[in-house]
Design a protein around this ligand. Structure first.
Ligand SMILES: [Cu+2]
Length: 542
């Protein structure tokens, strides 16, 4: 009885200690903030609500310039990568109209929208127009991107259909604005994003470029626009969005400690001080600081593989600088050079040094991954079997086109067209190229292939193919006559004999090695037999 009494006292005292330790932080919390906080409405508006602001986003394929002489041929929004920057105020009733000016389906996912948006703009058929009206109820920095549904959401976003939407706060102010009692002198809208050459690189997170606002080193001296100009004492606010779609960024300005950083751009999510902000794909921040003195302030992702791929800029402060008061995040709109240095097409055929021809004999494999063939350019000797394997996962029933990763191969054989069945995930289809001289290669294409695979000659054939569900997916196969391959091998054998002994063991050295091995094995066997005989004799002697 006495034990129960003691136990009860211990239990009660323990409970009171734990409740006190829980209660303490609660009472110490700034109660006013929690009590003052007004939970905003969602973005839902009743049917028939009239918008106060309206934006049109046109979805179509286009060429954009992402560096000097570097052209990206891809899906865009309003013809740029990134698409337009949309800026609204908290509480605005916004209408976004999606206009599909393409031959394939597109759509929109707008992260500032706190309502079921996909029934409105999630799938816009070719030539279609759809719209969504929403209350921009939550301040912040958001991503929007193409979203036709299913597989197309990832593929179109990877290809460049994205942009930034900023909802500027009204209910609360950013802290530095409150402290300084004025609006920023400079507002920078900055998107970090990746450019991929093909679907395989996309799923393996191997971007060709990592950019700020659509252009390689856009804000470096001598770059497209040059440094962002400021004056000492300026109040700078950056709306930073890492679109990704794969890599994590650590955004940093050399020579700056943030006065405040606001996660997702909401003024209540304030962090004091700091050198970087960590942003995964679609993460965003508002960062604010004062320009301390004259001088350069580099703008980078501190994941240093990213600035070397293009995500770098600079802010330069000078006393009487002509201020860059606003930097817009949309990609530049530049004339397409007549002779580009390089063309990147994530799904079709880019420049040969981007989509390099690959030589294979016997059986050659082409993987279909993230709506592109890999390798896109293949060179084979006559008689080679090419196997296409669909590595795409999403094979939804009763879905087609942009919704699925189901593909086929429509092979243009000169006079005839050969079509594979539809391939779901993991399925393959093969074709053996035996007919020589059907569709001769020539001109620019012959030069292109010869440069990488010298065996290609004007007796070779060029075949192109595409996917009937996603006609922007394009690949090529060059078939070299068997006689040319044999002649090349014969000349290799005479001219390159010395090379062969360096790089791979020659037949002679293999023979020497194998006879040495036989001799050693034989000697070991002989020793073993002698030992067995000795043991046997010594035992029988006993
Ligand atoms: Cu799209």
């Amino acid at each position: 009885m006495r034990r129960i009494y003691v136990l009860a006292i211990i239990l009660i005292s323990l409970l009171s200690i734990s409740s006190a330790s829980i209660a303490l932080p609660l009472t110490q919390q700034p109660q006013s903030q929690a009590q003052d906080y007004q939970l905003p409405p969602t973005s839902y508006v009743s049917p028939g609500t009239k918008p106060t602001k309206r934006f049109v986003l046109e979805l179509y394929r286009s060429k954009v310039v992402i560096g000097e002489g570097i052209v990206l041929d891809t899906f865009t929004i309003n013809g740029t990568v990134p698409g337009p920057t949309i800026v609204v105020d908290e509480g605005d009733i916004v209408e976004i109209i999606a206009v599909n000016k393409d031959v394939v389906a597109h759509g929109l996912s707008i992260h500032a929208v706190y309502r079921a948006s996909s029934p409105y703009v999630g799938y816009v058929p070719p030539g279609g127009v759809k719209s969504i009206i929403f209350n921009a109820s939550y301040p912040g920095v958001y991503m929007y991107h193409c979203a036709p549904g299913g597989q197309g959401i990832f593929i179109h976003t990877m290809s460049g259909q994205y942009g930034m939407i900023v909802v500027k706060p009204k209910s609360y102010r950013y802290k530095l604005e409150e402290i300084l009692g004025r609006k920023p002198d400079i507002e920078i809208y900055l998107i970090q994003h990746e450019i991929y050459a093909n679907g395989a690189d996309f799923v393996n997170s191997k971007p060709l470029y990592v950019l700020f606002n659509g252009y390689i080193a856009r804000y470096l001296p001598g770059g497209l626009e040059g440094p962002i100009m400021a004056r000492p004492g300026d109040y700078v606010r950056i709306y930073f969005l890492n679109v990704g779609p794969n890599l994590v960024s650590t955004f940093h300005l050399v020579g700056i400690v943030w006065d405040f950083a606001y996660y997702q751009g909401h003024p209540l999510n304030a962090i004091v001080g700091g050198q970087t902000v960590l942003a995964g794909p679609s993460d965003s921040w508002v960062v604010e600081f004062r320009v301390p003195e004259e001088g350069p302030y580099s703008i980078v992702s501190h994941v240093f593989s990213q600035p070397v791929r293009g995500a770098i800029g600079i802010l330069v402060a000078k006393k009487d600088a002509n201020r860059t008061s606003v930097v817009d995040a949309h990609g530049p709109r530049l004339p397409i050079p007549e002779k580009p240095i390089r063309v990147i097409d994530p799904f079709g055929l880019g420049s040969p040094e981007v989509d390099t021809p690959v030589y294979a004999e016997g059986v050659a494999y082409v993987r279909i991954i993230a709506n592109s063939y890999y390798p896109k350019r293949l060179v084979i000797p006559e008689g080679t079997t090419v196997v296409w394997i669909n590595e795409d996962i999403i094979s939804l029933p009763n879905a087609s086109g942009e919704l699925v990763g189901v593909h086929d191969i429509v092979l243009n054989m000169g006079n005839e067209t050969i079509k594979s069945p539809l391939l779901k995930h993991g399925m393959s289809w093969s074709y053996t190229f035996t007919k020589a001289g059907v569709y001769r290669i020539g001109g620019v294409q012959l030069q292109l292939y010869k440069e990488f695979i010298p065996i290609v000659n004007n007796n070779s054939d060029l075949y192109s193919y595409l996917c009937s569900l996603h006609p922007y997916m394009v690949g090529e196969i060059v078939v070299v006559p068997r006689t040319s391959v044999m002649m090349q091998q014969a000349s290799n054998a005479t001219e390159g004999a010395n090379m062969a002994t360096i790089e791979t063991p020659s037949i002679a050295s293999i023979n020497t090695l194998s006879s040495l091995a036989i001799a050693i094995t034989g000697a070991l066997l002989a020793i073993l037999v002698i030992m067995i005989v000795i043991i046997y004799r010594s035992r029988s002697n006993k």
